[in-house]
Write a protein that binds this ligand. Structure first.
Ligand SMILES: [Cu+2]
Length: 171
């Protein structure tokens, strides 16, 4: 009789071990899947953009980098965008100095369709644009990630002189 108990016990013990291993495996697979789907979220949003978000008419925004009086400021220096909308950001530099439109964190949270400047079209990730005196550029993008981002001109001394701004992307 005892041997039967022993066998049953062994069987149950082994069964519970393999059950535990199975559970562990399932949770590992689950967390891996969650991890992968999280990593895949941004490209998935971008892929979504190509079908739906990119078809919506672009909202035009014009920003001047400095002005004819060479004042070190963006005009306007406060931009308000809405996540999931398509934008055409028109940049121009009416001054006699070169300036930068630098907004790295903002650029990380958008999906750039293209940047167009003097018959050249640039595609891919863009974080900063340099505009020489009299230059114009057009940045087409879809804003994705809500947040409050800082904008600045990265020419030495310009940020310090107040050539800064903020870009608010709301939900
Ligand atoms: Cu500047």
């Amino acid at each position: 009789m005892t041997w039967l108990v022993q066998i049953t016990y062994n069987y149950l013990y082994q069964f519970s071990i393999s059950w535990l291993q199975l559970l562990r495996r399932i949770s590992l697979i689950l967390s891996l899947t969650l991890c992968l789907s999280f990593i895949g979220a941004i490209p998935a949003m971008a892929a979504n953009s190509s079908s739906g978000l990119l078809k919506q008419p672009a909202i035009e925004i014009t920003v001047s980098l400095s002005n004819a009086a060479n004042e070190l400021k963006f005009e306007p220096n406060h931009l308000e965008l809405v996540a999931g909308k398509r934008y055409q950001l028109r940049l121009n530099n009416p001054s006699q100095l070169k300036h930068y439109f630098t907004a790295k964190d903002f650029a990380d949270g958008i999906w750039t369709q293209k940047v167009e400047a003097s018959k050249v079209e640039i595609k891919g990730a863009i974080h900063e644009l340099e505009l020489k005196p009299g230059a114009e550029a057009e940045w087409m993008f879809v804003s994705l990630k809500p947040g409050n981002y800082s904008l600045r001109c990265s020419i030495p001394g310009h940020t310090e002189a107040g050539m800064t701004g903020e870009i608010l992307v709301s939900n």
